[in-house]
Design a protein around this ligand. Structure first.
Ligand code: PLP
Length: 464
């Protein structure tokens, strides 16, 4: 679908809705990054979406690169997904009892990804939180402790990786915590309300630092139940793991820790099997979200039977959910994964499109004299705005390197893109997502807008 000629300049309806929302919803939004606080201005309220576009409450249409933060790999309101939800709807919306669709989606996920068993929850946060509890219960039992004694009680995560908002994982986390770090008044992003005793159970290492990870595992490996990681990081902006780091990740399993691949963002996005498998890893547990629910609230975690059978009701690790396996959500997830399986070439197309976008951004930024570093894998991409004078070869492979980005320059660029009808992620520290609905004409239009936006950055000296 192409954009309408109407330019997104009038925002009266969005402004009025935001005003009302702020009276009754903290910050006017139900998830922080939607608030535009780091880029300035106010959020657009979306009335509808179709294909690669969003239409706001003022009737203006945007080319969307957020895709609901990842789920909409097929594009918005895909006919097969919509039909599946409509087919499920007349039978009722929630039963609190098992259904055939849960079995079918579990059969599909296990077949596609190679895990033996999968448990559905309602969000990515629930998936990682539950997988961690399971890992602690299982790893401790393997070490000879009673299953409920939590002998191996530590979790290891990586700076700038985001695994949802469970207490123990809000330690040096990425995504909105990185974006809003200054608002929290602390140098290391975290959250108020997390007792230090909880955070103390989470050890933190640098992503892509193989030596640091080896050293930590040598010192503390016997106490660590699980190492959780994003196979390709999306939540500090896109970060790509190096080969030696992947090797070190694999070695953590030798110390008796369970390796948990958080594929909430990467799962079914970069390949049908998963990013960890593509990178040569064999995680003990895998977490999913986003695409697995096709735009409805679904998360999941899975692994080998011997581990998954530690979950209640067969095992001693408790985990439950009133709406888990919800019939409409299962229908949307099934339709989405079936579409992806039916058209495996989609991954090649998405990669080609996104690589062309990356190349086009580099060329246009260079012409404008704006130093950027573009990290791109498959349909995930971040354009990091480098500090003035930095070389375009500057590597961005960890949280510290990403955090040095020129966020003022990014904000200028973001606002210019938005004014030209391109809806980029409103944060320097997020991935954008290309969908199967984006076309060559969309790509061309995006790059034309990007050239104008880079010129605006150059003219402003990076200031908003
Ligand atoms: C890698 C990763 N893990 C976990 C989560 C949390 O998922 P949810 O927002 O569905 O709770 C996210 C969300 O962005 C994520 O990107």
């Amino acid at each position: 679908m192409t954009l309408t000629s109407k330019q997104p300049s009038a925002t009266a309806q969005s402004e009025a809705l935001f005003e009302r929302a702020q009276q009754v919803i903290p910050g006017g939004v139900n998830s922080p990054v939607r608030a535009f606080r780091s880029v300035g201005g106010h959020p657009r309220f979306i009335a509808s979406a179709s294909g690669a576009t969003l239409t706001d409450a003022d009737g203006q249409t945007y080319l969307d690169y957020i895709g609901s933060w990842g789920p909409m790999i097929l594009g918005h309101n895909h006919p097969a997904v919509r039909q599946a939800i409509m087919d499920a709807l007349p039978s009722g919306t929630s039963f609190g009892a098992p259904t055939e669709r849960e079995v079918r989606l579990a059969e599909l996920v296990t077949r596609l990804t190679g895990v033996d068993k999968v448990r559905f929850v309602s969000s990515g946060t629930e998936a990682t939180m539950s997988a961690l509890r399971l890992a602690r219960g299982y790893a401790s039992a393997q070490s000879g402790d009673q299953p409920n004694s939590a002998g191996r009680k530590y979790t290891l995560k990586f700076r700038g990786n985001y695994h949802g908002h469970a207490d123990a994982l809000l330690v040096e986390a990425g995504s909105g915590l990185m974006t809003n770090a200054d608002l929290l008044g602390q140098a290391a992003p975290s959250s108020a309300g997390v007792p230090p005793e909880y955070a103390a159970l989470t050890l933190v290492a640098d992503y892509n630092d193989a030596a640091g990870l080896d050293e930590l595992m040598r010192a503390r490996g016997h106490e660590i139940a699980a190492v959780i990681f994003e196979p390709i990081v999306g939540n500090a902006g896109v970060l790509i793991p190096r080969g030696d780091f992947l090797e070190a990740l694999r070695r953590t399993q030798d110390a008796g820790a369970l390796l948990i691949a958080d594929e909430v963002m990467t799962g079914f996005r970069l390949s049908i099997r998963g990013a960890a498998a593509q990178l040569g890893l064999k995680p003990d547990l895998t977490c999913w979200g986003k695409i697995i629910g096709g735009g409805l609230p679904v998360g999941a975690y899975g692994g080998r039977s011997e581990i998954m059978d530690f979950v209640s009701p067969v095992g001693p690790v408790y985990q439950a959910g009133t709406l888990s396996g919800n019939p409409l959500a299962m229908a949307a997830g099934l339709a989405t994964l079936q579409e992806l399986e039916r058209d495996p070439a989609i991954y090649g197309r998405l990669t080609r499109y996104t690589a062309a976008l990356a190349g086009g951004l580099r060329v246009r930024a260079h012409s404008a004299g704006v130093p950027i570093r573009v990290n791109q894998v498959g349909s995930m991409l971040t354009a990091f705005f480098l500090p003035a004078g930095a070389s375009e070869d500057t590597e961005i492979g960890n949280y510290g390197q990403a955090a040095r980005s020129d966020t003022a320059a990014f904000s200028t660029w973001f606002q210019s893109m938005l004014n030209q009808g391109i809806y980029w992620a409103p944060s320097q520290f997020e991935s954008i997502f290309v969908s199967g609905a984006h076309t060559q004409a969309d790509l061309d239009r995006t790059l034309d807008a990007a050239a104008t936006a880079f010129a605006a950055v150059a003219a402003s000296g990076g200031r908003v």
